[in-house]
Design a protein around this ligand. Structure first.
Ligand SMILES: C[S@@+](CC[C@H](N)C(=O)[O-])C[C@H]1O[C@@H](n2cnc3c(N)ncnc32)[C@H](O)[C@@H]1O
Length: 280
Protein backbone atom coordinates (compact mmCIF):
# COMPACT_ATOMS: atom_id res chain seq x y z
CA UNK A 1 0.00 0.00 0.00
CA UNK A 2 1.37 3.40 -0.96
CA UNK A 3 1.72 5.76 1.99
CA UNK A 4 1.59 9.18 0.33
CA UNK A 5 -2.08 10.37 0.34
CA UNK A 6 -1.68 12.12 -3.03
CA UNK A 7 -0.35 8.93 -4.61
CA UNK A 8 -3.25 7.03 -3.03
CA UNK A 9 -5.67 9.53 -4.61
CA UNK A 10 -3.96 9.14 -7.99
CA UNK A 11 -4.19 5.34 -7.77
CA UNK A 12 -7.86 5.57 -6.73
CA UNK A 13 -8.49 7.84 -9.72
CA UNK A 14 -6.99 5.32 -12.17
CA UNK A 15 -9.16 2.62 -10.62
CA UNK A 16 -12.43 4.59 -10.40
CA UNK A 17 -12.18 6.36 -13.75
CA UNK A 18 -10.77 3.56 -15.91
CA UNK A 19 -10.57 0.29 -13.93
CA UNK A 20 -6.72 0.15 -13.77
CA UNK A 21 -5.52 -1.10 -10.40
CA UNK A 22 -1.92 -0.09 -9.62
CA UNK A 23 -2.32 -0.72 -5.88
CA UNK A 24 -0.06 -3.74 -5.93
CA UNK A 25 2.57 -2.45 -8.32
CA UNK A 26 6.05 -2.21 -6.89
CA UNK A 27 6.16 1.09 -5.01
CA UNK A 28 9.68 1.98 -6.13
CA UNK A 29 9.04 1.42 -9.81
CA UNK A 30 5.59 3.10 -9.75
CA UNK A 31 6.92 6.22 -8.00
CA UNK A 32 9.86 6.43 -10.41
CA UNK A 33 7.47 6.34 -13.39
CA UNK A 34 5.12 8.92 -11.84
CA UNK A 35 8.02 11.27 -11.15
CA UNK A 36 9.00 11.00 -14.81
CA UNK A 37 5.41 11.62 -15.92
CA UNK A 38 5.23 14.76 -13.75
CA UNK A 39 8.50 16.01 -15.22
CA UNK A 40 7.54 15.22 -18.83
CA UNK A 41 4.14 16.94 -18.60
CA UNK A 42 5.37 19.65 -16.20
CA UNK A 43 2.62 18.93 -13.69
CA UNK A 44 2.75 18.60 -9.91
CA UNK A 45 0.88 15.68 -8.35
CA UNK A 46 -2.36 17.64 -7.67
CA UNK A 47 -2.51 18.95 -11.25
CA UNK A 48 -1.71 15.48 -12.55
CA UNK A 49 -4.65 14.02 -10.58
CA UNK A 50 -6.98 16.77 -11.86
CA UNK A 51 -5.93 16.21 -15.48
CA UNK A 52 -6.24 12.43 -15.21
CA UNK A 53 -9.82 12.91 -13.88
CA UNK A 54 -10.69 15.39 -16.56
CA UNK A 55 -9.12 14.00 -19.73
CA UNK A 56 -9.62 10.32 -20.59
CA UNK A 57 -7.08 10.35 -23.43
CA UNK A 58 -4.47 11.83 -21.11
CA UNK A 59 -5.29 9.16 -18.51
CA UNK A 60 -4.69 6.41 -21.09
CA UNK A 61 -1.41 8.06 -22.10
CA UNK A 62 -0.21 8.17 -18.49
CA UNK A 63 -1.11 4.47 -18.08
CA UNK A 64 1.06 3.76 -21.12
CA UNK A 65 3.88 5.84 -19.61
CA UNK A 66 3.67 3.89 -16.36
CA UNK A 67 3.73 0.42 -17.94
CA UNK A 68 7.15 -0.05 -19.49
CA UNK A 69 7.05 -1.71 -22.94
CA UNK A 70 10.69 -2.53 -23.67
CA UNK A 71 11.11 -5.79 -25.54
CA UNK A 72 13.39 -7.52 -28.07
CA UNK A 73 13.47 -10.32 -30.61
CA UNK A 74 14.76 -13.48 -28.90
CA UNK A 75 15.43 -11.47 -25.73
CA UNK A 76 17.91 -13.33 -23.48
CA UNK A 77 18.93 -16.13 -25.88
CA UNK A 78 19.72 -18.50 -22.98
CA UNK A 79 15.99 -18.52 -22.12
CA UNK A 80 15.16 -19.39 -25.74
CA UNK A 81 17.73 -22.18 -25.63
CA UNK A 82 15.94 -23.55 -22.57
CA UNK A 83 12.60 -23.35 -24.42
CA UNK A 84 14.11 -24.97 -27.51
CA UNK A 85 16.03 -27.79 -25.83
CA UNK A 86 14.19 -28.32 -22.52
CA UNK A 87 10.50 -27.49 -23.00
CA UNK A 88 9.56 -28.03 -26.64
CA UNK A 89 11.04 -31.55 -27.01
CA UNK A 90 8.76 -32.67 -24.14
CA UNK A 91 5.77 -31.45 -26.16
CA UNK A 92 6.92 -32.96 -29.44
CA UNK A 93 4.33 -35.74 -29.44
CA UNK A 94 1.41 -33.61 -28.24
CA UNK A 95 -1.32 -33.06 -30.85
CA UNK A 96 -2.30 -29.57 -29.71
CA UNK A 97 -0.11 -27.16 -27.77
CA UNK A 98 -1.34 -23.96 -26.08
CA UNK A 99 1.11 -21.13 -25.46
CA UNK A 100 0.27 -17.82 -23.74
CA UNK A 101 2.46 -14.71 -23.84
CA UNK A 102 1.20 -12.62 -20.88
CA UNK A 103 2.43 -9.02 -21.16
CA UNK A 104 3.50 -9.44 -24.78
CA UNK A 105 4.17 -5.74 -25.46
CA UNK A 106 4.81 -5.02 -29.17
CA UNK A 107 5.02 -8.70 -30.05
CA UNK A 108 8.72 -9.43 -30.63
CA UNK A 109 8.56 -12.24 -28.05
CA UNK A 110 5.51 -13.72 -29.80
CA UNK A 111 7.16 -13.67 -33.24
CA UNK A 112 10.33 -15.16 -31.74
CA UNK A 113 8.21 -18.08 -30.55
CA UNK A 114 6.45 -18.44 -33.91
CA UNK A 115 9.80 -18.52 -35.72
CA UNK A 116 11.30 -21.04 -33.30
CA UNK A 117 8.23 -23.30 -33.56
CA UNK A 118 8.37 -23.09 -37.33
CA UNK A 119 12.03 -24.07 -37.32
CA UNK A 120 11.16 -27.03 -35.07
CA UNK A 121 8.28 -28.02 -37.36
CA UNK A 122 5.78 -27.61 -34.51
CA UNK A 123 3.99 -24.40 -35.47
CA UNK A 124 0.99 -26.09 -37.11
CA UNK A 125 0.16 -27.85 -33.81
CA UNK A 126 0.34 -24.72 -31.65
CA UNK A 127 -2.28 -22.20 -30.55
CA UNK A 128 -0.44 -19.03 -29.70
CA UNK A 129 -2.17 -16.52 -27.48
CA UNK A 130 -0.84 -13.11 -26.51
CA UNK A 131 -2.16 -10.42 -24.19
CA UNK A 132 -1.23 -7.03 -22.83
CA UNK A 133 -2.86 -4.29 -20.79
CA UNK A 134 -1.97 -1.68 -23.37
CA UNK A 135 -4.00 -1.60 -26.59
CA UNK A 136 -1.40 0.48 -28.49
CA UNK A 137 1.30 -2.16 -28.13
CA UNK A 138 -1.19 -4.84 -29.17
CA UNK A 139 -1.90 -2.93 -32.41
CA UNK A 140 1.83 -2.77 -33.16
CA UNK A 141 2.15 -6.47 -32.37
CA UNK A 142 -0.69 -7.37 -34.73
CA UNK A 143 0.82 -5.28 -37.53
CA UNK A 144 4.27 -6.85 -37.02
CA UNK A 145 6.06 -3.79 -38.41
CA UNK A 146 9.07 -2.38 -36.57
CA UNK A 147 11.82 0.10 -37.22
CA UNK A 148 14.84 -1.74 -38.67
CA UNK A 149 17.16 0.36 -36.54
CA UNK A 150 15.38 -0.65 -33.33
CA UNK A 151 15.44 -4.35 -34.21
CA UNK A 152 18.82 -4.70 -35.91
CA UNK A 153 20.86 -4.72 -32.72
CA UNK A 154 19.00 -7.86 -31.64
CA UNK A 155 19.45 -9.83 -34.86
CA UNK A 156 22.46 -11.44 -33.28
CA UNK A 157 20.02 -13.10 -30.86
CA UNK A 158 18.19 -14.61 -33.85
CA UNK A 159 21.42 -16.29 -34.97
CA UNK A 160 22.34 -17.45 -31.46
CA UNK A 161 18.98 -19.12 -30.88
CA UNK A 162 18.28 -20.56 -34.31
CA UNK A 163 21.75 -21.42 -35.59
CA UNK A 164 23.79 -22.34 -32.52
CA UNK A 165 23.41 -25.23 -30.12
CA UNK A 166 25.02 -24.52 -26.71
CA UNK A 167 24.93 -28.27 -25.97
CA UNK A 168 26.72 -29.19 -29.20
CA UNK A 169 29.20 -26.62 -30.51
CA UNK A 170 29.71 -28.61 -33.71
CA UNK A 171 26.12 -27.99 -34.76
CA UNK A 172 25.67 -24.86 -36.83
CA UNK A 173 22.54 -24.26 -38.90
CA UNK A 174 21.82 -21.49 -41.37
CA UNK A 175 18.53 -19.61 -41.12
CA UNK A 176 18.24 -16.46 -43.20
CA UNK A 177 16.46 -13.29 -42.05
CA UNK A 178 14.66 -13.17 -45.42
CA UNK A 179 12.76 -16.32 -44.51
CA UNK A 180 10.88 -14.42 -41.80
CA UNK A 181 11.26 -10.70 -42.41
CA UNK A 182 10.85 -8.12 -45.19
CA UNK A 183 13.66 -5.70 -44.45
CA UNK A 184 14.03 -2.27 -46.00
CA UNK A 185 17.05 -0.47 -44.54
CA UNK A 186 16.43 2.73 -46.53
CA UNK A 187 12.84 3.04 -45.33
CA UNK A 188 13.92 1.75 -41.92
CA UNK A 189 11.24 -0.94 -41.87
CA UNK A 190 11.38 -4.45 -40.58
CA UNK A 191 8.20 -6.40 -41.29
CA UNK A 192 7.22 -9.87 -40.19
CA UNK A 193 6.42 -11.82 -43.37
CA UNK A 194 2.74 -12.09 -44.08
CA UNK A 195 2.56 -15.87 -43.63
CA UNK A 196 3.73 -15.51 -40.02
CA UNK A 197 1.28 -12.74 -39.10
CA UNK A 198 -2.12 -13.96 -37.90
CA UNK A 199 -0.53 -17.01 -36.28
CA UNK A 200 -1.18 -15.54 -32.84
CA UNK A 201 -4.42 -14.32 -31.27
CA UNK A 202 -3.88 -10.99 -29.49
CA UNK A 203 -6.22 -9.64 -26.84
CA UNK A 204 -6.31 -6.86 -24.26
CA UNK A 205 -6.05 -8.36 -20.79
CA UNK A 206 -5.21 -7.04 -17.33
CA UNK A 207 -3.24 -9.57 -15.29
CA UNK A 208 -4.32 -7.85 -12.08
CA UNK A 209 -8.08 -8.03 -12.54
CA UNK A 210 -9.05 -10.30 -15.44
CA UNK A 211 -9.50 -14.10 -15.41
CA UNK A 212 -7.88 -16.62 -17.80
CA UNK A 213 -8.21 -14.74 -21.11
CA UNK A 214 -8.69 -17.72 -23.43
CA UNK A 215 -10.21 -20.26 -21.08
CA UNK A 216 -7.85 -23.08 -22.02
CA UNK A 217 -5.04 -24.89 -20.18
CA UNK A 218 -1.62 -23.78 -21.32
CA UNK A 219 1.44 -25.94 -21.95
CA UNK A 220 3.65 -22.87 -21.70
CA UNK A 221 2.98 -19.48 -20.12
CA UNK A 222 5.59 -16.79 -20.74
CA UNK A 223 5.30 -13.82 -18.41
CA UNK A 224 8.67 -12.16 -18.78
CA UNK A 225 9.73 -8.79 -17.44
CA UNK A 226 6.21 -7.94 -16.27
CA UNK A 227 6.22 -9.10 -12.65
CA UNK A 228 9.17 -6.90 -11.72
CA UNK A 229 6.68 -4.02 -11.70
CA UNK A 230 4.39 -5.79 -9.20
CA UNK A 231 4.74 -6.16 -5.43
CA UNK A 232 5.05 -9.54 -3.67
CA UNK A 233 1.33 -9.89 -2.95
CA UNK A 234 0.41 -9.44 -6.59
CA UNK A 235 3.27 -11.64 -7.79
CA UNK A 236 2.04 -14.44 -5.51
CA UNK A 237 -1.53 -14.07 -6.74
CA UNK A 238 -0.27 -14.44 -10.31
CA UNK A 239 1.91 -17.46 -9.55
CA UNK A 240 -1.26 -19.13 -8.18
CA UNK A 241 -3.32 -18.01 -11.20
CA UNK A 242 -0.67 -19.34 -13.60
CA UNK A 243 -0.50 -22.64 -11.70
CA UNK A 244 -4.28 -23.00 -12.10
CA UNK A 245 -4.12 -22.13 -15.81
CA UNK A 246 -1.20 -24.46 -16.65
CA UNK A 247 -1.80 -27.94 -17.98
CA UNK A 248 -0.32 -30.88 -16.04
CA UNK A 249 3.49 -30.41 -16.01
CA UNK A 250 3.10 -27.17 -17.99
CA UNK A 251 5.97 -24.68 -17.88
CA UNK A 252 6.13 -21.09 -16.70
CA UNK A 253 8.85 -18.88 -18.19
CA UNK A 254 9.72 -15.71 -16.29
CA UNK A 255 12.20 -12.93 -17.02
CA UNK A 256 15.82 -13.72 -16.40
CA UNK A 257 15.91 -11.58 -13.23
CA UNK A 258 12.59 -12.82 -11.90
CA UNK A 259 11.92 -15.81 -9.69
CA UNK A 260 9.21 -17.39 -7.59
CA UNK A 261 9.86 -16.83 -3.93
CA UNK A 262 7.47 -17.14 -1.02
CA UNK A 263 4.65 -19.58 -0.34
CA UNK A 264 3.84 -20.44 -3.99
CA UNK A 265 7.36 -21.66 -4.80
CA UNK A 266 6.41 -25.17 -3.53
CA UNK A 267 3.90 -25.45 -6.37
CA UNK A 268 6.64 -25.37 -9.01
CA UNK A 269 9.72 -27.40 -9.81
CA UNK A 270 12.54 -25.11 -10.93
CA UNK A 271 14.72 -26.55 -13.69
CA UNK A 272 17.33 -23.99 -14.66
CA UNK A 273 15.44 -21.00 -16.00
CA UNK A 274 12.09 -22.80 -16.24
CA UNK A 275 9.38 -23.39 -13.64
CA UNK A 276 7.39 -26.59 -14.19
CA UNK A 277 4.00 -27.03 -12.58
CA UNK A 278 4.06 -29.61 -9.78
CA UNK A 279 1.04 -31.83 -9.60
CA UNK A 280 -0.09 -32.90 -6.12
C1 LIG B 1 8.76 -4.80 -20.24
S1 LIG B 1 7.40 -5.36 -21.20
C2 LIG B 1 7.79 -7.07 -21.39
C3 LIG B 1 7.56 -7.56 -22.79
C4 LIG B 1 8.01 -9.01 -23.07
N1 LIG B 1 7.32 -9.95 -22.22
C5 LIG B 1 9.50 -9.15 -22.90
O1 LIG B 1 9.97 -9.70 -21.89
O2 LIG B 1 10.26 -8.70 -23.78
C6 LIG B 1 6.12 -5.38 -19.95
C7 LIG B 1 4.70 -5.43 -20.52
O3 LIG B 1 3.79 -5.74 -19.47
C8 LIG B 1 2.58 -5.03 -19.70
N2 LIG B 1 1.83 -4.93 -18.46
C9 LIG B 1 2.07 -4.12 -17.38
N3 LIG B 1 1.10 -4.28 -16.46
C10 LIG B 1 0.24 -5.23 -16.96
C11 LIG B 1 -0.96 -5.83 -16.48
N4 LIG B 1 -1.48 -5.47 -15.29
N5 LIG B 1 -1.58 -6.75 -17.26
C12 LIG B 1 -1.06 -7.09 -18.47
N6 LIG B 1 0.07 -6.57 -18.98
C13 LIG B 1 0.71 -5.64 -18.23
C14 LIG B 1 3.06 -3.68 -20.23
O4 LIG B 1 2.03 -3.02 -20.95
C15 LIG B 1 4.25 -4.09 -21.10
O5 LIG B 1 3.89 -4.23 -22.45
Amino acid sequence: MFEDPDIQTLIRTFRDYAGYDFNNYSEKSFLRRIEKVMMDYKLDIRKLIAKVKDDRLFLEQVVRDITVNTTELFRDPQVWHAIKYRILPRLASKREINIWHAGCSTGQEVYSMIILLNEMNMLHRCNIYATDLNTDVIKTAQAGVYSYRSVSEYLDNFNKVLCENPYNFDEHLVVTYEKYFDINKVKDTFKIKREFLNKAIFKKHDLVTDPNPFNVSYDIILCRNVLIYFNNTLQNKLFIDFWNYLDTYGSLVLGIHESIIGPTSVKYDKKGLIYNKKVF
